[in-house]
Design a binder for this molecule. Structure first.
Ligand code: NDP
Length: 247
């Protein structure tokens, strides 16, 4: 049985889907966990179920002031994190010919700049923890969309390609400090992600679900829990987890 007792985690995107599943597994394994997203009610509900070592911290990763306030709260209530999981993300169908700069900006702000805000806030903690001989992890949830081409999702794919490249570069930058960096690229997974699409986008995902059979959020959480529970000398740097039928 995985034992993460004594570790302190921050999981963004914990209001639903993959982030909620990761937060749940980390807490069940004994970690203290800050659950982060915008919807405080969802975070409070989940933290209530997971127990007193978990807290719900509402913040919007697209706002620096909101991140600053949330990070302050996490430090005050849980202390120094040694495990940071960036799972918050947005996927919008934004075909280039529609020129939806607002949707493109939202994806870039959430999937790239938002992740960087959390990395900026917590990298000093990860380095300090590793410096004391503790295990320290940065985990980014990218996507198979970083490599595969999905028509109409060019900007989403570009944000995930940026995150995958960022993870690879940060792994090299942080290795001398003994901070591990793990990039996870899920394939089709059954979550709320597609609910932000218009009806034709939702129909497309529904037909993919029917043909391929999506993973469950817990399948991705299994991978993350496995990676962060290796001995500290082992860094699983890149994990692609696909439904068996997804080409
Ligand atoms: P969900 O929509 O269920 O989860 C997204 C989470 O991000 C929610 O908890 C949401 O909570 C949070 N979030 C969104 N915007 C913000 C913001 N501005 N500030 C803070 N939190 C935010 O989808 P998934 O669980 O599927 O997505 C998790 C990650 O997995 C994403 O990065 C996604 O790109 C990636 N992924 C998903 C795949 C899939 O098929 N589902 C495949 C490949 C990758 P709230 O709205 O309360 O803020």
């Amino acid at each position: 049985m995985t034992d993460l007792t004594g570790r302190t985690a921050v999981v963004t995107g914990a209001a639903s889907g993959i982030g909620a599943a990761i937060a749940t597994q980390l807490a069940d394994a004994g970690a203290s966990v800050a659950l982060v997203a915008r919807r405080q009610d969802r975070l409070d509900d989940l933290a209530g179920k997971l127990g007193p070592r978990t807290i719900g911290v509402s913040l919007d990763v697209t706002s620096q002031a909101s991140v600053d306030a949330g990070v302050q709260q996490i430090h005050k209530r849980l202390g120094r994190p040694d495990l940071v999981v960036n799972a918050a993300g947005a996927m919008l169908a934004a075909p280039i010919e529609d020129g939806r700069l607002d949707d493109w900006t939202r994806m870039i702000e959430t999937n790239v700049t938002g992740v960087l805000r959390l990395i900026q806030a917590f990298t000093p903690d990860l380095i300090a923890a590793a410096g004391e001989g503790l295990t320290a992890d940065l985990v980014n949830i990218s996507s198979i969309g970083a490599h595969a081409i999905f028509p109409g999702y060019a900007v989403y794919g570009a944000t995930k390609a940026a995150l995958t490249q960022l993870s690879a570069a940060l792994r090299a930058d942080l290795a001398p400090y003994d901070v591990r960096v793990t990039n996870v690229e899920p394939g089709l997974t059954d979550t709320e992600l597609a609910t932000h699409l218009d009806s034709s986008g939702q129909d497309l995902i529904a037909s993919m679900n029917e043909q391929i059979g999506p993973l469950a959020a817990n399948d991705i959480a299994d991978v993350v829990t496995f990676a962060v529970s290796r001995r500290r000398e082992v860094n699983l740097r890149q994990i692609i987890a696909l439904p068996t039928r997804q080409a």
